[in-house]
Design a protein around this ligand. Structure first.
Ligand SMILES: [Zn+2]
Length: 476
């Protein structure tokens, strides 16, 4: 007797995509069998998935819940939506795992920073979650000394900024020498660095230049956070990491052809590096800044150009891009639009809910990707790279029963009223060719059609360990 059987859907499994029955017991996938083969065993609930695509729960490896948003003329400190709001929307959209960030302040003991972040999610997150350790500013010997223990405790990745992003100094940038030290530590203890990589000199130079020229409207952001900056910075940080035995990199939100090319070149040399892009970069470009409320489409680094979009799409097929994230910073429209200058426009975006459906539409329906490749890009690859596989990201016996039913009969036009994120969506009016009809988290039905059945303490913290195979060569 199973707790649940998902019956007769087209199951996208690691080795094959075929119609199957999935039997769930104790939160795990217990059996995968031929259609109808599990009926005799029975289950507390049988879900008929005929005509639907059954995939492992989506994984968004890059979100920011409850993050301070500084922007707009007032520079008033506000916070992005918390894990409750974001994880609820994630589950509605077929995402069951979120990787957020634990901000590690140099002046605070690392354990304290991590505990603080854990307490913000504990009991407030409807889906599973883990943290990258976000380093900022000058790294103290105490913090560097505490990193190995934190990696061992399952916080297997650090996040590093090579830039302050905006002229208003928020202390984000980690100096190159400190990056060198952090990479050496992570290499030694089996962790990985995730990098927000832009050339700070070029970015700050362009802010000064455009302000001098009185071209301060946000529609010029692609000139500030430009493709040359991505080229120089990616190559610089990759070159640094390549000198360190055991180092591995994950480049967050790759936005330009130059960034994808730098990753591809390093992979050809055998260096273990992985690339993430955002649905925002794949589907919008700098021309969209000119639309009404064009800040809505912005995230840092900036939107780029059609040739960059084409290169990013190509990279999802040819190995430089492994994962599609959102860089979610969920906030009301008023906050998203509060700044309109190159130096005060609110970053991040609201997109965790439609991510899986949008990518299905643009990958499978429009571009002919295989279902397996689509699942790789929205779930399995992130699980592998981030040390969650095959617990997450796989419809396999023994895996967590995180299962999503994508229903092609639920094709629709995205409307903010139908979503559960905030009072706007940058995806308003986009057509999607399927929508999740059911999301299951560790065997429990979290979303059943319009019904939300999850509880705020359903989400569990996920300790992660990056496998040696991921860190020794470009394995995904
Ligand atoms: Zn981010």
């Amino acid at each position: 007797m199973f707790d649940l059987i998902v019956s007769g859907g087209t199951a996208v499994m690691p080795a094959a995509t075929e119609i199957a029955d999935i039997g769930v017991a104790d939160g795990k996938i217990a059996v995968i069998g031929a259609p109808g083969s599990l009926a005799a065993i029975g289950a507390a609930r049988v879900v008929d998935a005929a005509g639907q695509i059954v995939i492992p729960g989506g994984i968004d490896p890059h979100i920011h819940c409850g993050m301070p948003i500084v922007g707009g003329p007032s520079n008033e400190a506000l916070f992005s939506a918390g894990p409750d709001q974001v994880s609820r929307a994630a589950l509605y959209g077929g995402t069951t795992t979120l990787l957020d960030f634990a901000l590690c302040l140099p002046e605070e003991p690392l354990q304290q920073s991590i505990q603080h972040r854990l307490s913000e999610f504990h009991g407030s997150c409807y889906c599973d979650y883990g943290f990258h350790l976000m380093l900022r500013g000058t790294q103290t010997p105490a913090l560097l000394g505490a990193l190995p223990e934190a990696v061992q405790a399952g916080h297997a990745t650090v996040k590093i900024f090579t830039t302050d992003i905006r002229p208003l100094n928020q202390g984000r940038m980690v100096k190159f020498g400190d990056i060198w030290e952090v990479l050496k530590i992570m290499a030694k203890v089996g962790g990985m660095a995730t990098i927000h990589s832009e050339d700070n000199d070029i970015v700050m130079h362009m802010y000064e230049k455009l302000i001098r020229e009185d071209r301060t409207g946000f529609e010029h952001l692609a000139e500030v956070h430009n493709t040359l900056s991505e080229d120089l910075s990616f190559n610089r940080v990759i070159r640094l990491a390549e000198t360190i035995e055991g180092a591995a990199l994950y480049m967050v939100h790759v936005s330009a052809a130059s960034g994808a090319a730098a990753i591809a070149a390093a992979r050809r040399r055998g260096f273990p590096i992985y690339g993430e892009t955002l649905h925002q970069y794949l589907l919008y470009n700098a021309e969209d800044y000119k639309r009404p409320g064009g800040q809505m489409y912005h995230t840092y680094p900036s939107l780029k150009f059609t040739e960059d979009q084409e290169a990013l799409w190509a990279a999802t097929r040819h190995g430089a891009i492994q994962a599609i994230a959102t860089d979610e910073v969920c906030c009301p429209l008023k906050v998203k639009l509060q700044g309109s200058r190159i130096d005060d426009t609110t970053g991040g975006n609201s997109g965790v809910e439609p991510r899986v459906a949008l990518m299905y539409t643009h990958m499978v329906t429009k571009r002919g990707y295989s279902l397996a490749d689509f699942v790789g890009l929205v779930s399995a690859n992130a699980a592998k790279i981030m040390g969650l596989y095959p617990q997450k990201g796989a419809l396999s016996v023994g895996s967590d029963a995180d299962i999503v039913l994508l229903d092609p009969r639920r094709s629709r036009i995205i409307r903010k009223e139908d979503l559960h994120e905030t009072d706007y969506t940058p995806w308003e009016g986009h057509e999607v060719s399927a929508w999740p009809s059911m999301t299951i988290l560790r065997g429990k039905i979290a979303v059943d059609g319009a019904n939300f059945l999850a509880a705020p303490n359903d989400g569990q913290f996920l300790p992660r360990k990056i496998p040696d195979s991921i860190r020794s060569r470009p394995a995904v």
